[in-house]
Write a protein that binds this ligand. Structure first.
Ligand code: C2E
Ligand code: CA
Ligand code: CA
Length: 827
């Protein structure tokens, strides 16, 4: 059955039909054709035979008609029979045979005329014709018999040949058919199968079709190249797909596609990781499973349903991540971000959703938010604290810590403003400088604590006796300044001064002791005594010194009193300023070690580069500094400067010590040694590089105290020298107790030593004495070669003076030293 089916199936193919057609043609039509041809040939033969017979018979009949003699007829017939043309001949006249020319006489011939070829089985064609015209034979009929067998034989042979030809043709056709089958049909079938395989994408093997037919061959070649191309493009597609899949597998974002009804169609492994569902459980499920419906119904849903992906969503959503809530397999909800896009309509109008799990990020964001809030809170708190601190600092910068009164800075500012107001309103004002008369004693005898307490009490009293519009400020030490705006005349200011003096009349009780504190007031008025702050200050200062000197209590500024000495006093006001403003500089004067002839030490000597008065020497300001209690800052400044310079020299490979002068007051500075050690540390200098010079009188001022302080400095390793030795009245026994290393003979002895024998004696005995006590000796004020020679002779250790070098600025010393590197010892 199946075979039949295949046959039917195959018969419908082109080859099938060709085969069927061939079969039909060869089985039916070809035999018919041959039969037709045979019949026509046969008919042709017969017709020709009959035509020949008839014409022959006619000829006979005509010939016989000419014969009269029967004998002649007989011989004629016999002759014809002999020729073989005829096999039967007879002439019948009136039913009687008159001539009989039969060749096979045995046979009884019943003559029946044939009208068709092959009518009788004897294979003889009978024909009867009347013999016309001949007298002897009138009304006679000639009966003739012609032999049909040669024709029959010819027809048979034709049939035979035709059959043979048909057979040969069929055989040839079949051979051809077979050939065609092998060369065309089979290859075509193979090609068809191959085409099917190719179409199904299963064709991996190369086509193997052998044929000699060029069309089929080229078809096969085309199909093969098509197959190869297909295989190649399939491979390319497969690798592309693999590539895409790899990407999809490795992205952290979950990617899934959803069809128009919101059902999941495809997803990458990240989706499984994010939601905890295996892929199989998600495919075909609604997106509700993963994302809260509110989200996708409103956004994704709208997108899907609208069908107009391009226009609708994408404008709103594509590339933009929207936050929503996701649900994991365990039911847990978590924050996620979705970006929705539409695939093109060709891809079935699907949507693609890119999903990010933002749990960690949210957590971090929350933490950051909390941190931020905390930080913000702290910043606000800190800002407030800082603002408060700033306020405090501002306040402190403008107020005196001890009395809480405005300080000099604030006073100067208020003075400036008050001057401007007075100028504008055409009014006047008074500035008072007020100094306590015997504060120093109280401070020295009862200590700083009591001194401070006293200053606070004084401040309170002063405050109580002034108007609110007045400013009272503590400008330093025991000095106060009062700014009284609206004081019109000198008279008013005098009243105010008297009031203040009266206020101080009453004793202060401190630590169960009563003190009387007198005050000296200097008054300067705007605009009479000055139109700017500094002038008013200086003039009030001058007036205050006048009142102090005259013990008058108060004094209004009088230009006639502002002589040289008073202007000297005015310097005091400026000195404070000078220390802080780099107006002070140190000059250095070298000391020569006579044993080596080399420079061993520099003495630092202060100079004041005054704005108006030029370079001032220490004589004009040191004692002012002492009076104004500016000597501590000045000393500190000098030590710092000198050590800094020493450090700089050391950096430049100049190994040298520096000597700094100390005032009597410096020995009362309890912080001095501490500050010195800090500075030595700061400049990385050994203590022995610092020499402190104390005048003989200073060393003698407060013996036990001085011994203690000097002892402490000595322990630190700082070297000490007694300056201006010979001018004071040193007790030798006391001098012995002092831990000094060096004695500097005052220059007044050295200057005249060569001429003045007395001085020479003093110098010689001082050198001997010092050496006996184990101290080194320096001679200062060496101005001549003779003096130097003498000192060498006397065994002095070191010399200093103009002969060697005058004091010079620090930066000049270095080139000077390089220039004078040779020995100073006289040859
Ligand atoms: P002093 O300590 O006796 O310093 C020596 C003084 O003699 C210096 O005067 C110096 O210039 C001067 N001099 C040096 N060689 C010669 C010379 O060959 N002939 C003469 N006639 N004079 C010479 P200067 O610099 O005017 O210092 C004066 C005083 O001021 C110093 O006397 C010292 O006691 C004091 N002094 C200087 N600087 C400071 C300092 O920073 N602090 C303190 N407390 N006092 C200082
Ligand atoms: Ca000195
Ligand atoms: Ca001296």
């Amino acid at each position: 059955m199946a075979r039949i089916n295949t046959i039917i199936q195959r018969s419908r193919t082109l080859t099938g039909r060709l085969v069927m057609g061939g079969l039909i043609i060869h089985l039916f039509l070809i035999p018919l054709l041959f039969a037709g041809i045979a019949t026509i040939v046969k008919e042709g033969y017969q017709e020709r035979f009959i035509d020949q017979v008839r014409s022959d018979a006619n000829y006979f009949s005509t010939l016989l008609a000419r014969h009269t003699d029967l004998q002649e007829v007989q011989s004629y017939l016999d002759e014809a029979l002999l020729e073989g043309r005829l096999i039967f001949a007879r002439v019948i006249n009136e039913g009687r045979t008159i001539v009989d020319g039969m060749r096979f006489d045995a046979r009884e011939m019943s003559f029946i005329e044939d009208f068709f070829f092959g009518q009788h089985e004897d294979q003889v064609y009978y024909i009867a014709l009347p013999i016309d015209g001949a007298a002897a034979l009138s009304a006679a009929t000639v009966q003739l018999g012609y032999d049909e067998s040669p024709i029959h034989e010819q027809i048979d042979s034709t049939y035979r040949n035709g059959l043979l030809l048909a057979f040969a043709y069929t055989l040839a056709s079949m051979l051809f058919g077979t050939l065609m089958g092998s060369q065309v049909t089979r290859p075509l079938r193979r090609l068809r199968d191959a085409a099917r395989e190719i179409a199904s994408g299963a064709a991996t093997k190369q086509l193997d079709v052998s044929t000699k037919i060029s069309e089929v061959e080229s078809l096969a070649a085309n199909l093969e190249s098509m197959r190869a191309e297909l295989v190649r493009s399939n491979d390319a597609i497969a690798s592309r797909e693999m590539y895409t899949r790899d990407i999809m597998n490795s992205v952290i974002e979950g990617i899934l596609t959803v069809n128009q009804d919101g059902y999941i169609e495809a997803l990458n492994p990240a989706v499984e990781n994010i939601f905890g569902f295996p892929e199989q459980e998600l495919l075909g499920k609604s997106l509700d499973t993963l994302i809260t419906p509110t989200f996708w119904k409103s956004r994704l849903g709208a997108l899907i349903q609208s069908g107009e992906h391009e226009q609708t969503t994408l404008a709103l959503q594509q590339g933009k991540f929207v936050e929503t809530t996701g649900r994991r397999k365990n039911g847990g909800l978590f924050p996620l971000e979705v970006s929705v896009g539409a695939l093109s309509i060709q891809h079935g109008g699907h949507c693609i959703a890119v999903i990010r799990d933002i749990t960690e990020r949210k957590k971090a964001e929350d933490e950051i938010k909390a941190l931020h809030q905390d930080l913000e809170r702290r910043v606000i708190q800190r800002t407030q604290e800082l603002a408060a601190a700033n306020e405090r600092l501002k306040y402190q910068a403008l107020h005196d810590a001890l009395t809480d009164l405005p300080n000099r800075v604030l006073l100067e500012d208020r003075l400036q403003q008050a001057i401007q107001t007075a100028q504008r309103d055409n009014k006047s004002l008074a500035l008072m400088i007020l100094d306590l008369n015997n504060f120093k004693e109280i401070n020295d005898t009862l200590g700083h604590q009591v001194g401070d307490l006293l200053l606070q009490r004084v401040a309170l009293r002063l405050l109580g006796s002034l108007r609110e519009s007045d400013t009272i400020s503590r400008t330093g030490g025991d000095e106060f300044a009062l700014l009284l705006p609206g004081v019109a005349k000198a008279e008013d200011s005098r009243h105010a001064a008297l009031k203040l003096i009266a206020e101080m009349e009453e004793d202060f009780i401190l630590e169960e002791q009563s003190f009387h504190v007198g005050i000296s007031i200097g008054i300067a008025l705007y605009p009479q005594h000055g139109t700017d702050g500094p002038t008013l200050m200086r003039h009030a200062d001058v007036a205050m010194y006048v009142s102090k000197r005259t013990k008058s209590g108060y004094s209004v500024y009088d230009p006639s009193c502002d002589d040289h000495s008073v202007s000297k006093l005015a310097l005091m006001g400026e000195l404070r300023h000078a220390i802080g403003c780099d107006e002070l500089v140190l000059y250095y004067q070298p000391k020569i070690d006579l044993a080596t002839g080399k420079i061993c030490e520099l003495e630092a000597l202060a100079r004041w580069q005054h704005q108006h008065r030029g370079l001032l020497t220490p004589d004009s300001f040191i004692h002012l500094a002492e009076q104004k209690r500016l000597i501590h800052p000045l000393t500190r400044w000098a030590i710092n400067e000198a050590l800094q310079q020493c450090h700089a020299y050391r950096q430049a490979n100049i190994e040298i010590s520096v000597a700094v002068n100390l005032s009597t007051h410096s020995l009362r500075d309890i912080y001095l040694s501490e500050q010195i050690s800090e500075l030595l540390e700061l400049y990385e200098l050994p203590a022995k590089n610092l020499v402190l010079e104390i005048t003989e009188s200073a060393a003698m001022s407060d013996p036990p105290h001085t011994i203690e302080i000097l002892g402490h400095l000595h322990e630190m390793g700082v070297r000490l020298a007694i300056d201006d030795f010979g001018t004071g009245y040193s007790s030798l026994s006391y001098l012995k107790q002092l831990p000094v290393d060096e004695i500097k003979i005052d220059k007044s002895f050295i200057l005249d030593m060569v001429e003045n024998n007395e001085d020479l004696v003093i110098v010689r005995s001082t050198i001997d004495l010092a050496h006996n006590m184990g101290r080194t000796v320096t001679a200062e004020g060496v101005e001549t070669r003779e003096a130097l020679d003498k000192l060498v002779e006397l065994g002095c250790d070191m010399v200093q003076g103009y002969y060697i070098a005058p004091p010079m600025p620090g930066e000049e010393f270095e080139p000077w030293l390089r220039h004078h590197n040779e020995s100073f010892i006289p040859g």
